[in-house]
Design a protein around this ligand. Structure first.
Ligand code: FES
Length: 102
């Protein structure tokens, strides 16, 4: 059953940065996209590069591998549909980020 897990103090993840989370066997990247916190599977569907090191602009992460882009709000590929990345729900509660995982 999915449940929210407290993962990070949001003060420790400034805008434009991310943090890698390991939760229940999953590797998840939690991004602060200019104040919007988004959690996605930390694996590019192209060739598996970790997305947490990708640049983020306007809610779009660019894979550092070969430049594919994904919308962090939906997981949709911007430039290579139907490829996409899994998104996880995020809630901010009293300064902490919580991520919903199965
Ligand atoms: S591994 Fe991400 S674009 Fe190639």
């Amino acid at each position: 059953m999915p449940e929210f897990v407290r993962v990070a103090d949001i003060q420790e993840i400034p805008p434009g940065t991310s943090r890698v989370l390991h939760i229940r066997g999953r590797e998840i990247a939690l991004f602060n996209a200019d104040g919007m916190f988004c959690a996605v599977k930390n694996t590019c569907p192209h060739r598996g590069t970790s997305l947490d090191r990708g640049a983020v602009e306007d809610g779009i992460v660019t894979c550092p591998g070969h430049g594919w882009q994904f919308d962090l709000r939906t997981g949709d590929s911007v430039d290579h549909p139907p490829a996409g990345i899994r998104c996880y729900r995020v809630e901010i509660r009293q300064g902490w980020a919580w991520v919903e995982v199965p």
